[in-house]
Design a protein around this ligand. Structure first.
Ligand SMILES: [Mg+2]
Length: 321
């Protein structure tokens, strides 16, 4: 396709009819709707062979795990507890029942971790490539959903875990070579468990209602958040958490543009700083990387001066933003 994912999504928003029970529609990690007395989150995320993975370096077990993790990550990012999931798989000739069994085993492993239940789905035959498409429903954990559209001027920007791990892991899997010290990165690519414990703390301490997951790269995802919030993000290169091998190999840009880390990106008001600082003091993997100001877009500062062309994110259709 010749247009960017951002522009494509803007174009299909017109098909989403306004309804009083839709609290948040297209434009976030998931949609929020009211059903009876409660509010629920609906997300859907697919993975395709030769686009997101190759069986040459990814066992079907991990394909299943990762597909469900990425969906659960979106549900958590909306501030909801995942509850049910549905799966559709496209199966080409040449895939064995044993491989399919392993894929569902991977999903089941993740389902048990988060207490989500498989409701059903569909299987279809495909001409060539395998795809897996999952939909997860979650129940709002607090009174409000976590949105990309709520960042306020003066908020601080934080991220969980380290960025660029999955991109480096993928590089190792694709290119081979010396993988010493990079087990964590490979694991992050194959099995990107969302930071569930941290998420629960963030919910319990009522730190924020502005969150998204980092799936397409920090700069691209943060720019989407700023777009929705109509604000500008200023982040500091030195503060962005990244695994040591990234610095050692001169691949720091992967922390800004590499996707699929499935860490959580959130902003919070300054009055919550003592709570976040206490989490950091306890050794929790949370890092404050910048602040929200008036304006648009994302600006990156390195040693105090602005980086003129910061490394971008991954766009699914390869278009320019
Ligand atoms: Mg997302």
């Amino acid at each position: 396709m010749e247009i960017s994912e951002n522009n494509f999504i803007k174009g299909i928003r017109k098909f989403s009819r306004k309804s009083n029970s839709v609290i948040r529609g297209i434009g976030d990690d998931g949609a929020v709707a009211e059903l009876g007395a409660g509010q629920y989150v609906f997300v859907q995320d697919a993975m395709a062979e030769h686009v997101h993975f190759e069986f040459s370096f990814m066992d079907p077990y991990y394909v299943g795990k990762k597909a469900l993790y990425s969906n659960i990550s979106d549900v958590l990012a909306m501030g909801a507890q995942p509850v049910f999931y549905l799966v559709t798989v496209g199966i080409p000739a040449g895939i064995s029942s044993g491989q399919m069994e392993r894929m569902y085993r991977g999903m089941n492993r993740v389902a048990r971790e988060f207490g989500v239940t498989l409701l059903g789905g569909d299987t279809v035959a495909t001409a060539k490539d395998l795809f897996i498409d999952i939909s997860v429903t979650g129940k709002l954990a607090g009174a409000r959903y976590f949105g990309r559209d709520k960042a306020r001027r003066g908020d601080l920007i934080a991220v969980t875990g380290k960025l660029g791990e999955a991109a480096l892991g993928l590089k190792v899997l694709k290119e081979g070579g010396d993988a010493t010290g990079m087990k964590n990165c490979v694991r992050r690519f194959l099995s990107p468990a969302p930071p569930y414990g941290l998420w629960k703390e963030i919910v319990k301490d009522d730190i924020t209602d502005v969150m998204m997951d980092v799936s397409d790269g920090l700069i691209l995802d943060l720019s989407r958040m700023m777009d929705e919030s109509r604000k500008q993000a200023r982040i500091h290169w030195e503060k962005v958490p990244m695994p040591r091998p990234l610095r050692q190999r001169g691949l720091e840009e992967l922390a800004f543009g590499g996707g699929e880390d499935y860490q959580l990106l959130f902003t919070f008001p300054r009055e919550k700083l003592p709570v976040v600082a206490a989490m950091i003091d306890k050794g929790r993997a949370v890092t404050i990387i910048g602040e929200v100001v008036s304006g648009r877009g994302v600006r990156v500062y390195r040693h105090g001066s602005e980086v003129t062309s910061p490394p971008g994110g991954y766009d699914h259709f390869g278009g320019r933003l």
